[in-house]
Design a protein around this ligand. Structure first.
Ligand SMILES: *Cc1c(COP(=O)(O)O)cnc(C)c1O
Length: 490
């Protein structure tokens, strides 16, 4: 590295040495998780304060980078792969996923067109067909039929793409054409994900065109009668309903919207139906957990996140459409510099037309690795173990008179709270309980509001979580409840 005009590229042999070292590092990190706090206790700015003011003028040794991983990065993280991480929804990963990603990074392929990465494109098509089989999705979503699947970075992107395709279809091409006075409307339930509102904003529909439909008090699922009323009123007022987003497994409580009744309405009015199963979709690898997707044969598009619960590292959202031609019409723009014989032949898929960005990486590789490593039975065993642990946890909560479960738990999320006669006092007690529980770093849970009231969420999702971890979480919850009831300060 003496000649400063020559970049100090890492040689293949150096890469091999340091690569092996870092694979060891990741394996050691995973093994070390039970000994770590789930979240750091440091205040904001603690990590940044440990970093130098600028990058080095000449390259650092690799050893000092690895040191920093140990002393700055790992201690400064919330450990999503920790066996006692029960917050939000999981974002689990696995050895095969990480190794698939490593290969994708090494290949460094940019698969915007079939021609820029034939295997990148074709493996993605095949893997999403496999996945459709594994989840028993409707035939029309397969590439051999009229539809097909594509990997998006996240469910939020899938929802945006569905919104754009729906608007394209509803407007015959240009929903923002000058001079049209039509107003387009988008529907989801009050429990629908925030990404639906964001997509409506980005698509130019704005908050004014978004309709949040009331949910059933008991199940927290969208009320089809209210959806029908709202659509009829909008149509009467001259609006054009373009999209309904139904959710299978809402973020707050995993409520399941009634697809058959919703689809009856969307078909009657010719509205695009997108089904968002970001978290719960993974459960459908198990036949006994497919109740939520009854009626999906009437949907125009569907998505779920293998990066939440299917052992495939972030980011990986699987998105299917029933009519790929409609999607491509909505998103395709073909400049001269991307023209090529394969595209012109119409014999290939160019996934750039199925997503917002142009460029794309080889995400299918990690999913392919995961499906091949675990097999269908392995994935089912994974999901079933979490569903069983969540049910065991729910039984513990139900057996304790101080607590109540506030929503159905068809998957591996249990939403519960301390009971209380005065609602505001109960909210304060539950918030204090969560703060105390999470403060010592032994476990990590998150919260939501259900019917306006504060509630705790425990989602089982780490492949390392065992019955002992769930039992420890319950012990910690009970002790925190004792402390809160005893009035000791948090
Ligand atoms: C998590 C979640 C999303 C957003 O997921 P991203 O992949 O992070 O965009 C959307 N919808 C539901 C129901 C979710 O639970």
């Amino acid at each position: 590295m003496d000649d400063l005009s020559v970049p100090p590229h890492m040689s293949p042999d150096e890469f091999r040495t340091y690569g092996h070292q870092l694979v060891d590092w990741v394996a050691d990190y995973w093994t070390s998780l039970p000994q770590r706090r789930v979240r750091p206790a440091d205040p904001p700015g603690a990590v940044a304060a440990k970093l130098p003011a600028g990058p080095p003028a000449t390259g650092d040794g690799f050893a000092s980078l690895v040191d920093d991983l140990d002393t700055i990065i790992a201690p400064g993280l919330t450990h999503w792969q920790h066996p006692r991480f029960f917050a939000y929804f999981p974002a689990n990963t696995s050895g095969p996923s990480v190794l698939g990603d490593l290969v994708a990074a090494g290949l460094g392929v940019q698969g915007m067109l079939w021609a820029t990465g034939p295997a990148c494109t074709e493996v993605e098509t095949v893997v999403l067909d496999w996945l459709a089989d594994l989840l028993d999705l409707p035939e029309k979503f397969r590439s051999r039929s009229t539809g097909g699947g594509v990997i998006q970075d996240s469910a939020s992107s899938a929802t945006l793409v569905a919104t754009l395709a729906a608007l394209h279809r509803a407007s015959g091409g240009d929903w923002r054409a000058e001079g049209t006075r039509r107003r387009y409307t988008v529907y989801t339930s009050t429990e629908g994900h925030s990404s639906i509102e964001k997509a409506a904003r980005m698509a130019g529909i704005g908050d004014a065109g978004l309709r949040l439909i009331e949910v059933d008090e008991e199940t927290l699922a969208m009320r089809p009668d209210r959806l029908r009323e709202r659509i009829a009123a909008d149509v009467a007022a001259g609006a054009v309903p373009a999209l309904v987003v139904a959710t299978v497994g809402t973020t707050s409580t995993t409520a399941v919207d009634p697809l058959p009744a919703i689809a009856e309405i969307t078909r009657e009015y010719g509205i695009w139906l997108h089904v968002d199963a970001a978290y719960a979709g993974s459960a459908a690898v198990c036949p006994e957990l497919r109740a939520g997707q009854v009626g999906l044969e009437h949907a125009d598009s569907y998505c779920f996140d293998p990066h939440k619960w299917l052992l495939t590292g972030f980011d990986c959202d699987a998105f299917w459409v029933a009519d790929r031609a409609g999607l491509i019409q909505a998103l395709s723009v073909l400049p001269e510099y991307l023209r090529n014989a394969a595209t012109d032949s119409d014999a290939v898929i160019d996934y750039r037309d199925w997503q917002v960005p142009l460029g794309r990486r080889f995400r299918a590789l990690k999913l392919w690795f995961v499906l091949r490593w675990y097999g269908a039975e392995g994935l089912r065993a994974h999901i079933r173990s979490h569903v069983a642990l969540a049910r065991d946890f729910a039984a513990l909560v139900r057996a304790d008179q101080r607590f109540e479960i506030v929503a159905p738990y068809p998957y591996a999320l249990v939403v519960f709270r301390l009971r209380g006669a005065a609602p505001d006092d109960a909210d304060r007690a539950n918030a204090a309980l969560l703060e105390r529980l999470n403060a010592d770093g032994g476990v990590y849970l998150s919260h939501t509001r259900v019917r306006g009231r504060y509630a705790l969420r425990l989602a089982v999702g780490s492949p390392r979580t065992t019955a002992a971890d769930v039992a420890a979480a319950w012990d910690a919850i009970r002790s925190a409840a004792d402390a809160v009831a005893g009035g000791s300060s948090v």
